[in-house]
Design a protein around this ligand. Sequence first.
Ligand SMILES: Cc1cc2nc3c(=O)[nH]c(=O)nc-3n(C[C@H](O)[C@H](O)[C@H](O)COP(=O)(O)OP(=O)(O)OC[C@H]3O[C@@H](n4cnc5c(N)ncnc54)[C@H](O)[C@@H]3O)c2cc1C
Length: 343
Amino acid sequence: MNLPSNLLPAYSLSQRNTLGFEVEAEFAIHITEAKQIAETLVYAKDHNMPYQVLGGGSNVVLPSALPGLTLLMDIAGIEIVSEDANGVSLKVGAGVSWHSLVIWTLEHSYPGLENLALIPGTVGAAPIQNIGAYGVEINDYINSVEAFDSQAMQWITLDRAHCQFSYRHSLFKANPLRYIISAVNLYLPKQWQPRISYVDLQHFFAGKENDSITPLAIFEAVCEIRTQKLPDPKQIGNVGSFFQNPIVENSMLAKLKQRHPAIVAYPEDTNHSKLAAGWLIDHCGFKGLRTGNVGVHDKQALVLIHHGGGNANELLQLAERIQKTISEQFEIDLQVEPIIFNA
Ligand SMILES: Cc1cc2nc3c(=O)[nH]c(=O)nc-3n(C[C@H](O)[C@H](O)[C@H](O)COP(=O)(O)OP(=O)(O)OC[C@H]3O[C@@H](n4cnc5c(N)ncnc54)[C@H](O)[C@@H]3O)c2cc1C
């Protein structure tokens, strides 16, 4: 196997992590075709090298040096597999930018993904944490996921039911590095209804009849709201929400409300509610805090930021401090959302 010719030694990932940390991969390889995944993993195993997988780097905290092989997932291509009056099936390469896929679907009059506009990163990473925003999760549209199973060393197609999707979670997240996703198969039904129950969208479209709201109008609304609320990683390093919104039993919420009447929560199911982690962090006085080269965003307390010159250790120390305070104040364990890579 003549793989080593396209291995890139001492490869800088500073432009490939939205926190903007200085990171060097011992070796990197651009994966532009599915078959390279299997070849690279065989090579890594034969040479006893650790490996990791990177999409756009918008949901990872990377150490300064990444040992072994880093697979840069750059597989392109959006293919219409089938289409009829009911809907369209698409096969999308893992390296396609998520937001450009959303734009492509709208340009081709395939609505459905508009609420998920402007989420950074790649299509291949979307199933990992079952990306979601503004009342929609990607699992609503996933038919199946094509991946190389690095444990069985074979290709596998997992249908939606086998992907074990839940809030910011999936089979893939539960088994880090086992499944390397080459493509995601989506089904977008043609029957469409606007989903604007999320409070920001409700406000945006207040007074409008549902019939007059188009997918493009929702796309533009989501882009506008996100641009106002979330820091642009090109301006300031971040990975979006740093913590998941905790899901608690309604009895726990009732107890919390007695002590904190203003606590923000949304119904999750009949017995559970989702707490706004940003409110908890803000309430503990962290919003706008800066410590060294890292801090908490001054408009959205759920977003930790990197001002430049910092590293993963600094950011994780701040995250721990926030977790400890929230645990002491509310008896709630905040879960970190991005994936922390080991050095
Ligand atoms: C400003 C901002 C806003 C955001 N808003 C949202 C939001 O609204 N909703 C939301 O859900 N997320 C949000 N995110 C998080 C992030 O955009 C998503 O999690 C996105 O799917 C990550 O894609 P990526 O390609 O950058 O993945 P990466 O960060 O490169 O990787 C994330 C994880 O997926 C793994 N991975 C990546 N590609 C593959 C592959 N092909 N096969 C197997 N494993 C893979 C990596 O190993 C890593 O464990 C936001 C991030 C930012 C910076």
